[in-house]
Design a protein around this ligand. Structure first.
Ligand SMILES: [Zn+2]
Length: 217
C-alpha cells in the first residue's frame, strides 16, 4: 500500500519550529527510490526535498529555532543534520535508546531531552505530548492555530486512519499496551481541545490537505 510522510513547519512569534525532518533528502536523487533487498520491505521515494521546500519559503535551515522529532526512525530524522543551529527536542527515553544513537552522535548539536509533555513556547500554543508505544520515547504534537483550531500531529502513535478507527497496534511496535494508552490519550485531547488528528503516514488524509508553500492559519 502507498503511504505518505510529512514534515510540519510551524511559525510562531518566538521563531520557526520544524516537526519531524522526513526521509533523508539524498533519497530524492535515487531514480528507483531507496529499495531494500527484501522485497517485502518499504520502498522509499522522495519527489521533493525538504531543503528545496524550505528554500521555496525564503528560509534557510539556520532560521529554524526548534526541531522536534516524534521518534528516531529514519523516515522522521532523515534530515536532522541539516539543522545544526537548531535546538533538537526529543524525549529522553528516545534519545537514550539504541535507536537514538544517530541523534546522540551529532557533533556540537544542542539538544533538549524531555520527560513527558512540554509547552514549547510557554504560551500553550504548541505542546509536545508524550505518546510512547511505537517506540519507547515517542511523542506527538498539539498545535493550536488561530483560525484552524487545534491540530494533533500523530507522529507514528498511529500510522493510518484504519488503524486509528480500529485501535490496531502494529506488531512492530515497541510496546502494545503503551501504544493503546497513547491512542486513548490522543482521543482524550481530541475531545477536550476539539482537535483534528493529522495522521502522518495516512496518504488519503494527506492528499486532501494543503501542502507547502500553502499553509494553515
Ligand atoms: Zn514513520
Amino acid at each position: 500500500m502507498p503511504f505518505a510522510g510529512s514534515c510540519y513547519l510551524i511559525k510562531h512569534a518566538q521563531g520557526w519550529m520544524l516537526w519531524d525532518t522526513g526521509l533523508a533528502d539524498s533519497v530524492a536523487a535515487m531514480p528507483e527510490g531507496l529499495r531494500p533487498s527484501d522485497p517485502r520491505a518499504i520502498t522509499w521515494r522522495l519527489p521533493k526535498t525538504l531543503a528545496a521546500q524550505i528554500d521555496e519559503l525564503g528560509l534557510k535551515p539556520s532560521n529554524i529555532k526548534y526541531v522536534a522529532v516524534s521518534h528516531s526512525h529514519p523516515d522522521h530524522i532523515g534530515n536532522v543534520d541539516m539543522f545544526r543551529n537548531s535546538m533538537l527536542m526529543v524525549q529522553k527515553a528516545e534519545y537514550d535508546s539504541p535507536g537514538g544513537s544517530s541523534l546522540r552522535s551529532r557533533p556540537n548539536a544542542t539538544v533538549t531531552t524531555i520527560e513527558g509533555d512540554r509547552d514549547v513556547f510557554g504560551d500553550g500554543s504548541v505542546i509536545i505530548i508524550s505518546t510512547p508505544g511505537h517506540t519507547g520515547g515517542h511523542q506527538s504534537l498539539l498545535v493550536k492555530l488561530p483560525r484552524t483550531g487545534a491540530v494533533l500531529l500523530s507522529g507514528d502513535a498511529v500510522h493510518f486512519k484504519e488503524n486509528w478507527d480500529n485501535r490496531r497496534v502494529p506488531s512492530i511496535n515497541f510496546n502494545a499496551e503503551q501504544t493503546a494508552a497513547s491512542m486513548q490519550r490522543l482521543a482524550n485531547i481530541m475531545a477536550s481541545d476539539k482537535a483534528q488528528l493529522w495522521i502522518n503516514h495516512d496518504k488519503a488524509q494527506r492528499d486532501g490537505q494543503k501542502l507547502s508553500p500553502a499553509f494553515y492559519e
